[in-house]
Write a protein that binds this ligand. Sequence first.
Ligand code: DX5
Ligand code: ZN
Length: 218
Amino acid sequence: MNKISPSVMCIDMLDLENQLTALDQAGIDLYHIDIMDGHYVPNYALSTYTMQDIARVSKTPMDVHLMVTNPEQYIEAFAKAGAAIITPHLETLVHPIRVLKQIRSLGKKAGIAVNPATDIAPLAYMTDFLDLVCVMTVDPGFAGQTLIPSTIRKITDIRKMFEAAGKPIDIMVDGQVKEETAPTLVAAGANVLVLGSSGLFKYKPEEYRRVVEHYKNL
Ligand code: DX5
Ligand code: ZN
């Protein structure tokens, strides 16, 4: 069964508490928290304050997608703010294994995100230190973009890489995951689906349970 992680940056913030209640009742597995520094990506999104507000009304774990340079400076802050999974970008890490160890030392799951044009080869040296790989199917920074097809085979390659290493891995896909694309992404090996503007928030809250069940059972 796939895991569902709604992209909180796509939620109507004027209706946040109602949305979180509806999503929790719909049976989601995670909340996807996009953190942007206006430097690694030309945009801003959420913060530790958003996470603290979410934690006041929901027990659902949060996966934090760090689209920031020097992410090692912020691991502790996001762990303290309630992250269950912390996912920096491979492209921003000079010493990836050291950062993955730091995340796990704080009792959190360690993830790495890779951009569409980034090769996955270095991940082969990190299979002992990773719980999740986030495959960006769009260049990071904005919702509502267009899925880049060449990213799909990366999902399969990552699945094969970790199988060869005899290590379990969650493979998250982030960007334009929707009815039209999710079946192909799951068939390629993805099992954690980030649902944003195109996949989930075009529906009304009363439809969330049906939609989440659909994606879970792909
Ligand atoms: C983009 C973010 C995604 C985004 C996905 O950088 O990482 O989580 O919100 O939104 P959609 O699915 O609408 O592209
Ligand atoms: Zn994201």
